[in-house]
Design a protein around this ligand. Structure first.
Ligand SMILES: *[C@@H]1O[C@H](CO)[C@@H](O)[C@H](O)[C@H]1NC(C)=O
Length: 347
C-alpha cells in the first residue's frame, strides 16, 4: 500500500523541484506529499514556530561547541534554510553562543562532518563573556527563543583576542552543553560556576524578552543517579519565561558515521510527567543526534506560551520503511515527522 502511494508522490516532487528551482517553491512539494500522506498517517497540526512559517523565529543555542549542542545547531540551521519550519536562517540566526574561538572551531568541525560541509561564520557564532548578564543579553538582541543545558562542562581557556579580552592574559571558561565526546576537551566539572552560568543565561533571556526556552536536563551525564529537575524548574518558574524542559531517560551516545541525511535512528517514547515522583532514570542508550532532533522539533511543534516537562526514552530502532520515503535535501531532519507525532501525543 505504502509503496503504491509513494512512487507517484516522489516522482511529482522531483518534477516540481526541477521545474521550480526557486527554493521557496519546495514547500508546495512537501505540502502536497503531506496531504497524500494524510490518507495513511494522522495529520498533526503544529503549534510552535511551524504554525506560522512566514513569521521566522530567531533561535540561539548556548554551548554549541559540544556534540549535542552542535547537532541542535546543525538541525536548526537546516530548518532555517527550508520554508515551513518558521525558523529564521538569516540575520545571524540560528546563533551559537560560546565563550571562545575553541567553541567555534569545535562547532564548525561538527557542521562540516555531520551536516555535510555546513559551516557557521562569525555572524552566526558569538564569543561572549558568560560571566556578564549584560554581555549575554546583547547577544540575544532581536532573538525569540533559546536552547540550553542545565549543567555544563567547562574548559579553562584564554579569552580569544579581539573578542572581549581586556588584556592578552585574560582567562575564561569555554562551556559545552553537556559532556563532549572529544578527548581534546579537558573538561572541568564545577557545579557552582555551571549553575551561575545557567542563572546568567536565564536572566539575560528574561531581560531580552525571549518567548520560549528549551532546557535540556544534562545533569545525568555527570551524576547518573541524581534526579536534578526540581532546582532548575524552580529557577525557570521564578524567571517566568515559558519553557519546555526535556529530560533524557538513558545515557547519551553518538551514532557512528552520522549525517543529518540518516535522520532519526531510534524509536523514542516521550512522556509528560506531572510531578517529580514521575521523573525516571534509565540505562538505555539515547543517541545525541535523535535527542537533538527532538529539541528542535519541540520548537517547531509545541505552543510557545505553555510550560511543560517532557521525558525522552529510547525504545528500539526505527522501522526502516519510514526512513525511505523522503528526500534529504527537502527535510531538516529525515523522519522528524515521527517526532512530531510523539510530541503531539505527549503534550
Ligand atoms: C566579563 O564580565 C565580568 C562581569 O561584568 C567582568 O568582571 C570581567 O572583567 C569581564 N571579563 C572580560 C575578560 O572582559
Amino acid at each position: 500500500m505504502m509503496s503504491f502511494l509513494r512512487v507517484p508522490v516522489l516522482t511529482l516532487c522531483l518534477i516540481l523541484s526541477l521545474a521550480f528551482m526557486d527554493p521557496s517553491k519546495h514547500s508546495r512539494c512537501s505540502a502536497f506529499s503531506m496531504s497524500m500522506m494524510s490518507a495513511t498517517t494522522p495529520k498533526v497540526v503544529p503549534k510552535g514556530s511551524a504554525a506560522k512559517p512566514y513569521e521566522k523565529q530567531k533561535v540561539a543555542v548556548f554551548g554549541a561547541g559540544g556534540y549535542l549542542g552542535g547537532c541542535i545547531y546543525g538541525f536548526l540551521q537546516r530548518a532555517g534554510s527550508l520554508y515551513g519550519t518558521g525558523i529564521s536562517g538569516v540575520g545571524g540566526s540560528p546563533r551559537a553562543v560560546v565563550a571562545t574561538s575553541a567553541g567555534s572551531v569545535s562547532l564548525n568541525g561538527i557542521l562540516s562532518k555531520n551536516f555535510i560541509l555546513a559551516q557557521a561564520d562569525e555572524s552566526f557564532v558569538k564569543l561572549t563573556n558568560m560571566t556578564s548578564v549584560d554581555a549575554i543579553q546583547s547577544r540575544l538582541n532581536g532573538f525569540d527563543a533559546a536552547i540550553l543545558g542545565t549543567r555544563f562542562t567547562l574548559e579553562p581557556r584564554p579569552v580569544t583576542l579581539g573578542s572581549y579580552e581586556k588584556s592578552p592574559n585574560d582567562k575564561t571558561m569555554e562551556f559545552y552543553m553537556e559532556r563532549p565526546r572529544i578527548a581534546t576537551v579537558k573538561g572541568v566539572d564545577d557545579t557552582t560556576y555551571s549553575l551561575q552560568l545557567f542563572n546568567n543565561i536565564l536572566q539575560a533571556c528574561k531581560s531580552e524578552g525571549l518567548r520560549h526556552l528549551v532546557v535540556i536536563e544534562t545533569d545525568s551525564e555527570f551524576d547518573t543517579d541524581t534526579v536534578a529537575g526540581d532546582k532548575y524548574l524552580a529557577l525557570l518558574e521564578e524567571v517566568g519565561v515559558p519553557y519546555t524542559y526535556i529530560r533524557p531517560v538513558g545515557s547519551f551516545e553518538n551514532l557512528k558515521e552520522y549525517t543529518y541525511a540518516k535522520g532519526v535512528q531510534s524509536t523514542l517514547k516521550i512522556t509528560r510527567p506531572t510531578s517529580l515522583e514521575e521523573f525516571q532514570s534509565g540505562s538505555g542508550t539515547l543517541y545525541r543526534e535523535d535527542f537533538a532532533a527532538v529539541c528542535v522539533q519541540a520548537l517547531l511543534s509545541l505552543d510557545w506560551s505553555d510550560n511543560r516537562v517532557l521525558q525522552v526514552e529510547p525504545v528500539g530502532s526505527l522501522d526502516q520503511e519510514i526512513a525511505d520515503r523522503a528526500i534529504p535535501q527537502r527535510e531538516w531532519c529525515m523522519n522528524s515527522d515521527s517526532l512530531q507525532e510523539l510530541l503531539a501525543v505527549a503534550s
